[in-house]
Design a protein around this ligand. Structure first.
Ligand SMILES: Cc1cc2nc3c(=O)[nH]c(=O)nc-3n(C[C@H](O)[C@H](O)[C@H](O)COP(=O)(O)O)c2cc1C
Length: 196
């Protein structure tokens, strides 16, 4: 069965919850979801994370990217952009880029942001850039998803999103949830079509 890598970083848990919803959508689209995360990075170069996390999802390996038929990439918004741990991981994928290993694979992006206009869409758009350098095919959300026109919080044509609020206390809304699942499903269906 084709597998889709759902790769995320999350500090407070919102993007992790979105990853689980995207995975649900992937599985409803007929593929298997492989959920992975990335370790934190530290300004102290001597600090190291254990190779296997003590709790939560396993850390991603480069082979996960190579083996999976598609990629859903999620990160919290940090100053209008993806979080450093995800960027740090992406910077380690140059060997795959040199081999063209991800060319033609479909990918989508998702994020959680504190405020409504604090970089939700810029994070999604800038997360696409390294994936396009890899030759991946970006999958977004079309307006045939009626929720896209009615959501009062997150959810964009560029990918799934959540607005967590200044205190990070807003749960994922029903509309945001629906759009996470729809995005995962669309990604899986696209991967299966491309593979056939
Ligand atoms: C260093 C830092 C920078 C942030 N930058 C932004 C930002 O530019 N815009 C915004 O709306 N929220 C910003 N936030 C808030 C996070 O995006 C928000 O809390 C997010 O929902 C966290 O996701 P998580 O629960 O998966 O970690 C920032 C948070 C931190 C810690």
């Amino acid at each position: 069965m084709a597998e889709i890598l759902v790769l995320y970083y999350s500090q407070g848990g919102a993007v992790r919850e979105m990853a689980q919803l995207i995975a649900r959508g992937v599985e409803s689209g007929g593929a298997k979801a492989r959920i992975r995360t990335v370790p934190k990075v530290s300004a102290n170069c001597e600090a190291t994370e254990p190779e296997i996390p003590t709790k939560g999802d396993p850390y991603v390996e480069l082979s996960d990217l190579q083996e999976c038929a598609g990629l859903a990439l999620g990160s919290p918004t940090r100053f209008g952009n993806m979080a450093a741990p995800m960027k740090y991981f992406l910077d380690s994928t140059v060997g795959l880029w040199l081999k063209g290993a991800l060319i033609g694979k479909p990918a989508c992006v998702f994020t959680s942001t504190g405020s409504m206009h604090g970089g939700n869409e810029t994070t999604l758009l800038t997360m696409m850039l390294p994936l396009m350098h890899h030759g991946m095919l970006m999958v977004g959300l079309p307006y045939s998803e009626a929720t896209l026109s009615t959501t009062q919080s997150g959810g964009t044509p560029y990918g799934a999103s959540h607005i967590g609020g200044a205190m990070d206390d807003k749960p994922i809304s029903d509309d945001e949830r629906k759009l996470c699942i729809a995005l995962g499903k669309r990604l899986a269906e696209t991967a299966l079509k491309l593979a056939s």
